[in-house]
Every structure is written in C-alpha cells, then in structure tokens.
Write a protein that binds this ligand. Structure first.
Ligand code: HEM
Length: 496
C-alpha cells in the first residue's frame, strides 16, 4: 500500500469526520430551535402547580372532606384563572375543566384523546377486568352485555322486581318504627335491588358491611399494611370474590345442565356466565363487573334518594304537588296491586324534583381522565400523560346555564324548558361512551321508593340542616334521620 494512498485515505477520513460533526451540530441546533419554538407555542393553562409531588393536594382533600370541593377549591380558581386551569394533585399534573363545551370535548373524546383514570386502589379493589378499566372494543362488548341485560329483562320486569324489593324492605324495616335513617335505609334497599335485578339473588344483610369495607378503601392510599384501610378493603374484596366465584360456577352448572329458568335468561349474571361458556368473557371479568356494578349503583342512588327527600322537606309547596301526583296514581290501583311502567311514566313531576335535587347535589362530583395524546384545547396545550378532571358542578352551578343556579326549581326540567337545555349541561350521569349504564335502573329505584314512602307515611326531617360529608362519595353526615308515622288514608291502601 503506497504512502500516497494512506495519506489520501486519512484525508478522506478527516473530511468525513468534519462532515459528520457538521451534520450533527446542525441537527442538534435544529432540534434545539424546534424545542424553543414548541415552548413558545405550547401554552399550558394558567394555574399553580405548588410544591413538587404534593402540589395542591392538601387544599383539594380538605375541601373534598367537607363536600366543598367546588365552593372552596374549584370556584376560587375559576375566578382567578378562568374555567380551565392547571394544578397538581397527588403527584399528577392535572387540568380542571368546567362548562358544557369542555364536558362535551373531554367526555366524547374518550378512547381517542383521553381515557378514564382511576387511582391504583380503586383499580385493585374494583378489579382490573371491570368495565371502568376497559378501552375500545372490549369496553363496547362488556357495556353491550350490561346494557342489553337491562333491556332484555324488560322495563316491566324491572319495575315489578323493584316494587317487590321496596315493599318488602318497608314492611320489614319501617313498620312499627317512629324514626328511620333514610340514607342508611335507602342503601340497604339499593343493595338488595341490585342483587335481585342483576343477579336474581336475595342477599344476606351481613354482606352489606363487607361491601362497604371495600368502598372505604377505594380512594385511600394503596398501602397494603395490616390494619390499614386498604388492607381491610382488600380482605373484604377477597371474601366477596370467593362468594361470587361460587355463584358464577353454580350458575354455569345450571346452564350447562339445561336447568336455567326462563325468567332468569335475561339476568346480567346469566348473560355473563353464557359469555364464559362461549369463551367470550373470563371468569375474572364476570366477577369484577358484578363487584363494579354494586359499587356504581349503591352510594350514588342512595344519595340521590336522600337529597330528593331533603329538598322536598325544605320546599313544602313542591311536596304538596308531588304528593298529589302519587295519590292520583294510587287511587287507580286495587289493594296490593303493583305499579306498572305506565304508572312510573306518570311520575313526571317527581322526576323533575329528583333531577333538580341531583343538579344541586350531584352524587358524582365529576371524574378523572388521562390524556393519551398531546391535546390543544381552547388555545391551551395539555401534554400527554396529564390528568383532566371534568366536573358536574362546573355547569350545574353556573348562571350561564341555570338562572338562579342555587335555587331549587324543579320546573327547569319541564319538557319545554328541558329541551332548550344544551347537551352536556346537565351531567349527573356523565356523558359520551362512558355515560352511566344504570341510568334507567337508578330512575326506577328513586321513583318507586318515593311512591311507597310518600303514600304510606307522613315524615319530617329530624335535623333539617344536617351537613353533607364526603367519604369517598357525598353522604348526609347523620344518615338523614326522619320521623315517620303511618298514614291514615281513606283511599284504597296498597298492601305493604
Ligand atoms: C343516581 C344514581 C347514579 C348516578 C348519579 C350515576 C352516575 C354515573 C356517572 C357520572 C358515570 C360516569 C363516570 C365517568 O365518566 O367516569 C357513571 C358510570 C357508570 N354507572 Fe352510574 N350512576 C348512578 C347509578 C348507577 C346504577 C344504578 C348502575 C348499575 C346498576 C350504574 C352503573 C354504571 C356503570 C357500569 C358505569 C360505567 C360505564 C362505562 O364505563 O361505560 N350507575 N355513573
């Protein structure tokens, strides 16, 4: 090899190195200026992130504990920063959004731009295979099974089952008593109704405290140390799981041996078990979704019932009108005759009252989403991986949507006025692909319970100004004790 050749090789290598260095520098320079340009155009929403990790968590929890999350945390920040603002809660950068446009944008973009986001404790306790953790096709499939099981049973069957459960509950727990904790009573009833209507099961009263122990851990830190709330909740979840696995396996045997009763075919439990037999659903999915449904139905419906009674007690003119509606329905019934779907359809004013009560006291404050892409919204950028909290209060308490927003006025939901209400304004049941799957059942439960109570008892609140607490959902702090006395009526009594 000649020296010339070596020399020219070295020249080439040197030239090459210079070229690479130049290319790298210009690439880095371009990248830096890209980042700078991006930083200039990236406008995060206004708001304060507070200290690292902690952020504004303490303020958030303190307000939540008093059930004043909107008044003490959200509203003052709306005044300071506007309807969309950033904060940091439990380590997560979070954007809180308010207003019907924001509700629509974030709720309807589920799976595309955002996905539902629950704390680790909730996921572990409700189960990672429940509908709340599923996306896209799997979510659509499981939701289909749940919703069609309600539709398949038919409204008439649902009404008849709820009537039986309500009458049984009242005759066992209300008669002969002068005082009832209404919220507690509604909880026991809702628990029985869910098991009866979804699984065709009568449950032992001892099972309710076990379920409640699970609920207590749902929003507590996921620390599995003996004695902690989460540890107790996990133990309770295991007990429930063992019980439900047995129920599922027994039902599977029944179906495979052709012993399933005709009237049980439409039940959610039967549908889930058929799904297991056909290889479409796993046993864990069936169990997790049953646990989730009890959780989703239980505290929400009981709180809605409790708040409806509370608002009626504070508005005697509304109560007179509501009572008249129920007395008219009752007058048309023979002794002991159950309500029908047609009767429930006549409870128009009662549903206005219940809706207005849920506007002022939404059982669910709102819920968290996680962004799965960088989002540009209203001139702000929300980076991928941040949390978004949409709120029901942000529209329910806004004068832009509801004049005299803090006033109890059921006539807002009269047909004509309600049709003028825009979409995503009234959102106690959420919206978009995750709209509450149990809306119909909640409505029937509230109206039928109202009917039997107001037509059979005179009642009054024992503590008219009882505060609302929060753990992990809102509840009347004393359980809404009411004084009751059986009605002496001249019209034909329905037997309870
Ligand atoms: C007054 C009573 C109720 C209220 C206020 C309520 C409220 C809500 C809300 C706001 C959501 C949406 C949560 C989100 O977007 O993250 C939801 C979802 C859900 N609710 Fe309800 N709910 C009630 C009763 C029920 C009942 C009785 C059931 C079933 C028996 C039920 C089953 C569900 C299910 C399965 C979901 C999840 C839907 C999905 O992810 O696709 N709810 N509910």
């Amino acid at each position: 090899m000649s020296i010339d050749f070596i020399y020219s090789d070295l020249m080439w290598a040197f030239f090459f190195l210079v070229l690479i260095a130049f290319a790298s520098l210009s690439f880095l320079g371009r990248k830096q200026s890209d980042t700078r340009r991006k930083q200039n155009t990236t406008k995060l929403p206004p708001g304060e992130m507070g200290l690292p990790w902690i952020g504004e968590t303490m303020d958030f929890f303190n307000a939540q504990k008093k059930n004043k999350l909107y008044e003490e945390f959200v509203q003052p920040r709306i005044v300071k920063h506007g309807k969309i603002f950033k904060t940091r809660i439990m380590g997560s950068p979070t954007v809180i959004v308010n207003g019907s446009e924001a509700n629509k944008f974030f709720l309807s973009n589920e799976f595309k731009l955002v996905k539902s986001s629950w704390p680790s404790s909730s996921v572990q306790l409700m189960g990672k295979d429940s509908i709340m953790e599923k996306d896209g096709e799997r979510h659509r499939f499981l939701r289909g099974v749940i919703v069609t099981s309600f539709a398949h049973s038919g409204l008439e069957t649902l009404v008849s089952k709820i009537c039986n459960s309500v009458q049984l509950h009242i005759s066992k727990n209300w008669h002969g008593r002068g005082m009832i904790h209404l919220y507690r009573s509604a909880k026991v009833l809702t628990f029985n109704v869910v098991f009866e209507c979804l699984m065709g099961m009568k449950v032992e009263p001892e099972l309710l405290p076990t379920f409640e122990r699970v609920l207590e851990g749902v929003f507590s830190p996921a620390v599995n140390i003996p004695g902690s709330r989460f540890w107790r909740a996990k133990k309770a979840r295991k007990e429930i799981e063992n019980m439900l696995v047995k129920v599922v396996r027994e039902k599977m045997k029944e179906i495979m041996e052709g012993r399933l009763k005709k009237e049980e075919e439409g039940l959610l439990l039967s549908k889930l078990v058929c799904g297991i037999i056909n290889g479409e659903i796993t046993e864990q999915e069936a169990v997790d979704n049953m646990v989730l449904l009890v959780f989703a139905a239980h505290d929400t419906t009981s709180f809605a019932i409790a708040m409806t009674f509370k608002m009626l007690a504070h508005h005697p003119d509304c109560y007179t009108k509501l009572l008249q509606e129920h007395e008219e329905i009752r007058k048309e019934k023979r002794s002991g005759e159950d309500l029908t779907v047609e009767d429930v359809k006549k409870m128009k004013y009662s549903w206005q009252v219940a809706r207005e009560s849920m506007r002022l006291h939404p059982p669910i404050f709102g819920s968290f989403r996680k962004t799965i892409a960088d989002i540009d919204y209203e001139g702000f950028s929300i980076p991928k991986g941040w949390k978004v909290l949409w709120t029901a209060y942000g529209t329910h308490y806004n004068e832009e949507y509801f004049k005299e927003a803090t006033r109890f006025k059921p006539s807002r939901f009269e047909e004509e006025e309600a049709t003028r209400m825009g979409p995503y304004v009234y959102v106690p049941f959420g919206g978009g692909p995750r709209l509450c799957a149990g809306y119909q059942m909640a409505k029937l439960n509230i109206l039928i319970f109202l009917h039997y109570v107001v037509t059979h008892f005179d009642w009054s609140l024992l503590h008219p100004h009882e505060p609302i607490s929060f753990d992990p959902l809102p509840f009347p702090s004393l359980g809404l004790p009411i004084k009751i006395s059986p009605k002496i009526s001249l019209t034909a009594p329905s037997q309870i």
